[in-house]
Design a protein around this ligand. Sequence first.
Ligand SMILES: Nc1ncnc2c1ncn2[C@@H]1O[C@H](COP(=O)(O)OP(=O)(O)OP(=O)(O)O)[C@@H](O)[C@H]1O
Length: 267
Amino acid sequence: MISATLDGMTHAAAEQHGRVAARADRLTKTYGAGDTVVHALRGVSIGFGAGEFTAIMGPSGSGKSTLMHCLAGLDTASDGSVRIGDVELSGLGDKEMTKLRRDRIGFVFQAFNLVPTLTAEENITLPQGIAGRKVDQEWFETVVDRLGLRDRLGHRPSELSGGQQQRVACARALVGRPDIIFGDEPTGNLDSRSSGEVLSILRAATDEFKQTVVIVTHDPRAASYADRVVFLADGQLVRELVRPSADDVFEVMKNLDGAGGASAGAQ
Ligand SMILES: Nc1ncnc2c1ncn2[C@@H]1O[C@H](COP(=O)(O)OP(=O)(O)OP(=O)(O)O)[C@@H](O)[C@H]1O
């Protein structure tokens, strides 16, 4: 385990890659107002180095999903800023934001979000079709083989196991070659074998395909695949571990659980 600054990417990643794929500065997110106000994020500053795999952890309600959604342009900040590469998100209109998400960001969600009437292959290539882009066939073949989906391409989601559906969702995220892949509990619905497969693929996305991966997870074993694990509590970054074991992660989580989630009420 190596320690690192809370504010930036790991020193190793910075040296290796030297580029920041995404960055939040003094990011604040407040929901509601008055008696029902919730401070979901309270001034979070963090950078994600290009080619780095980061896991975001923390107790329920600590702000993990909110942070990921703001980083991915799926939610807007109340204050502070978010950049994807060198693009500041708050300066973008709806169309530009849609284009940026489409061109540079991939998503893998717990609920898979596959279209039930389409085959695995059609699901994988759907975003490219919507964007009016030609699928890079060679890259498609590489991704399909790497994910072990070759003999499942003609199946619909209902004909696939949960792990296979999640691999299809990963293929869909990889095939457009986004700079950065966000996963919101990407292994939340999977057994340990399928989880391992999906995490290995996300690991390969950074190691082999030089993409940046950021996941939210509750699972210390899943987090141990990451280069870096950052911990949120009460809307703030409180700890960071570099290349930790699952046991290291578990110890930190044990201490944070019970620390509470985002605080409700005026402050
Ligand atoms: N749309 C919303 N309106 C009001 N409050 C919200 C909204 N979305 C999230 N919150 C609140 O913001 C806080 C942070 O929520 P968030 O979903 O980011 O936490 P989390 O760490 O991802 O939790 P979990 O691990 O349970 O998924 C919580 O108190 C939540 O109730």
